[in-house]
Design a protein around this ligand. Sequence first.
Ligand code: 13P
Length: 248
Amino acid sequence: MSQRKPLVAGNWKMNGNQALLGEIAGSLVSYQGGADVVVCPPFPYLAAARAALPGNVQVGAQNLSDQQDGAFTGEVGAAMLSEVGCGYVIIGHSERRALYGEDDALVAAKFARAQAAGLVPILCVGETLEEREAGNTEAVVCGQLLAVVDAVGIDAFASAVIAYEPVWAIGTGKTASPEQAQDVHATLRATLAEKSPNIASSTRLLYGGSVKADNAALLFSQSDIDGGLIGGASLTADSFLAICQAAK
Ligand code: 13P
């Protein structure tokens, strides 16, 4: 039996508005389950999210700057996120890596900034379809993880979450099978265990990629899957609540 508390995070990406926040907040009022729940709307809604969501629901950002403060027009610093009530921040999402050129070094720098401000990073890793078909899944995801471990030290993962998001499953409706996801999660946990068995057994590993209300329970029942990072299905109050309820 795992001692890890499940976690479900909703990543709105660049979607949603004040009305959606109201709907999500309204539906989560009835949530009494055993998972940690995190809602990650775009930056302009973070403070409103903290005010609107029930106290047992956390707020997360989708990105942050690797810099502390200063002349970085358009960037948002970790301390600002913390001050407006964020507890978590997504780091290294595949969309940031692919569309905005974020490399492992930048991802590691953001991870360190987040923790220095008291935020819990949700570090995303994942392979493309091409990488999977070439048999490189393990090398890619472990490489992305170890780049951060090597930069910040394994002990930093005592307060971090890892999300495995196969790029080919994001927004495609093509979910990794529970076995495929479990395989990668077990590999990620074994990679952590080589550095620290304690950190490996306590770190929560989320699966993300076309998680829906009807496939969440089976995915979350795998021994190394500790919850989910939800995109599209977090944009509907009913489906997000159902996914939270599937995490036990
Ligand atoms: P979907 O759930 O829409 O596939 O998105 C997954 C994701 O990228 C969450 O960060």
